[in-house]
Design a protein around this ligand. Structure first.
Ligand code: HEC
Length: 109
């Protein structure tokens, strides 16, 4: 609520033209290796004050509570170890990577 909701809004719809809705992206992104890295490396996640373990729990919570697409049973949960592995590598071109991931995932559009 304190660190993420101001931009993402309580239901994840965001602010049109400013913060994109994450309701249709969380599950499709979490289903691919590149998408999982993106969810951790996006500036709002990577640069937050949360510890790696806390960020993993917030991402899992977002998938369970803000996604319009239900969590598929086989979808792996994030762990602090997975977050730590990706977090130190900054995304060079956030918008371009996001656009490519959305285009590759019909459900995310
Ligand atoms: C200042 C506004 C802002 C704050 C605060 C913020 N975000 Fe974001 N977030 C964005 C924007 C804008 C995007 C779209 C990608 C980009 O341009 O960074 C995004 C994208 C994301 C994504 C990728 C999903 C997608 O569809 O792009 C995740 C995951 C995410 N944010 C998590 C968080 C978490 C977790 C927090 C709190 C710790 C947080 N964000 C705080 C603005 C914000």
């Amino acid at each position: 609520m304190l660190q993420c909701m101001g931009c993402h809004t309580p239901d994840g719809r965001g602010e049109p033209g400013h913060v994109p809705s994450i309701r249709n992206t969380l599950v499709p992104f979490a289903n691919t290796a590149e998408g999982r890295k993106f969810l951790v490396q996006v500036p709002g996640s990577a640069q937050s004050k949360l510890s790696d373990a806390e960020l993993a729990e917030v991402l899992n919570w977002m998938i369970d509570n803000l996604s319009a697409i239900s969590r598929p049973p086989q979808l792996r949960r994030f762990t602090g170890g997975e977050v730590a592995a990706y977090r130190g590598t900054p995304l060079v071109s956030v918008a371009a990577v996001r656009a490519r991931l959305v285009a590759a995932q019909p459900a995310a559009q």
